[in-house]
Design a protein around this ligand. Structure first.
Ligand SMILES: C[S@@+](CC[C@H](N)C(=O)[O-])C[C@H]1O[C@@H](n2cnc3c(N)ncnc32)[C@H](O)[C@@H]1O
Length: 202
């Protein structure tokens, strides 16, 4: 059985008990560098996941009898590895374990409910900001190209009133949560790994 395990936003205390037990009992652990670093005392084989997705799937399909766990940040079904693995591995061999997403984490920190939330991502695509900003409550996982600054500019270009929340390095010691107007966000020079919440001003 191949486990696909969400690790939560980063701090190891957010891993589910089930995920932790499955990892401990695995022969092979596959994941991105940041995620593999989270699992400190794993004794089995570790494989780093990067742009080698095809090779990883080939490896999994050729070793389907092994206890393999693929670890992913947050929830693997929110802009994560679940989609690709479900499309490329027979799902009868897949056991997906949800984790706490960075999106869920940020909403808990700002005391805003996630009801009717529009979830999107800027990873590897040009976001349709007209469509995105037509929603009252948005959360975007960002990449290094399109993040808080670009989002702020798109809001100002449309003369919209929005509050922006930027959650950086969530659950880590260097976590920073900034709440402000698009102008406030543009005054901050740099942001680390982040999710951005866009709230319609009441
Ligand atoms: C490929 S997506 C994965 C999202 C993940 N599946 C989740 O549910 O949180 C990666 C993006 O998630 C966001 N992210 C993940 N962990 C984060 C954290 N600890 N702090 C801030 N943003 C995070 C960032 O926008 C990052 O670029």
């Amino acid at each position: 059985m191949i486990n696909v395990i969400g690790l939560g936003p980063g701090n190891e205390n957010y891993i589910t008990k089930l995920g932790e037990n499955l990892i401990e009992n695995s022969d092979v652990l596959i994941g991105g560098k940041r995620n593999l670093e989270t699992i400190k005392d794993f004794k089995g084989k570790k494989i780093v996941l990067g742009s080698n997705l095809k090779e990883i799937v080939e490896y999994i399909n050729n070793n389907i009898e092994k206890k393999i766990s693929v670890i992913a940040s947050g929830d693997p079904s929110i802009y994560g590895i679940s989609k690709y693995l479900s499309e490329n591995i027979d799902t009868k061999n897949l056991n997906i374990i949800s984790g706490i997403s960075s999106l869920q984490y940020i909403f808990s920190k700002i005391y805003v409910d996630m009801n009717d939330l529009y979830i999107t991502s800027s990873h590897g695509k040009v976001p349709d900001f007209d469509y995105i900003l037509s929603h009252k409550k948005v959360c975007m996982v960002t990449d290094s190209k399109i993040g808080p600054h670009k989002i702020s500019k798109e809001i100002l270009n449309r003369n919209l009133k929005r509050t922006i929340v930027v959650g950086e390095n969530l659950s880590y010691d260097n976590e920073r949560i900034t709440i402000g107007s698009p102008e406030d966000i543009l005054n901050i020079e740099d942001f680390d790994m982040n999710v951005v919440v866009i709230l319609d001003e009441k």
